[in-house]
Unconditional design. Structure first.
Length: 192
């Protein structure tokens, strides 16, 4: 009797090892439902990718596939609307964030100090951000350049998607411009 009990226990133990490796997994369920595998390739995922699909969006919603008025106007070279944008952030409070974002997205072309001497800048013809012309741009114009791009500068609105982060870059750029500006002589010709 003890031998049979010992043999049954050994059989259960050996059978348990095989059961562990052949156990059911939730991954098996994913493979058994065909729409998991093909969902990414489905036309339903990108309903507006074709021109023949009617665009019947809900009234009052914001389009996510372009069509913003500022985008069209800004790219034509008319900065009038961009110039009216006002910077709602506290410049001093956003400098650290602006420094990080500038060095992540802008310094490769415009350089660490904004002089267009980054590793890629001379190859693509990046402009210096320290010229009198660049310093004369409004904050809204610089914000729009980050958001929409223009000329050789690509759009970064999809990468720097939070508006307050775009303003932080503008604030940091203004600090770079201020640091690079030559000291203006005080009245009477004496330097401060």
């Amino acid at each position: 009797m003890a031998r049979r009990l010992l043999a049954a226990a050994a059989l259960v133990l050996l059978g348990g090892c095989d059961a562990y490796y052949n156990a059911w997994s939730p991954d098996d369920l994913m493979k058994s439902i065909p729409w998991f595998d093909h969902m990414v390739k489905s036309r339903a995922i990108h309903p507006y990718s074709r021109g023949d699909v009617p665009r019947t969006t809900v009234p009052g919603t914001v389009p996510i596939t372009g069509g913003e008025a500022l985008d069209t106007i800004f790219k034509t070279g008319n900065p009038a609307i961009a110039d009216r944008l006002t910077n709602p952030t506290d410049a001093a409070a956003t400098l650290v964030r602006g420094d990080t974002l500038y060095h992540t997205f802008c310094a490769t072309c415009h350089g660490n100090a904004g002089a267009a001497d980054g590793p890629v800048g001379p190859k693509v013809g990046a402009l210096s951000l320290l010229t009198p012309k660049a310093m004369a741009f409004s904050d809204g114009y610089l914000y729009s350049m980050v958001r929409y791009g223009r000329g050789v500068m690509p759009r970064y609105g999809d990468k720097v998607y939070r508006p307050e982060d775009r303003w932080a870059i503008v604030n940091y750029l203004r600090k770079l411009q201020q640091d690079a500006a030559p000291a203006v002589p005080a009245a009477g010709g004496a330097k401060p």
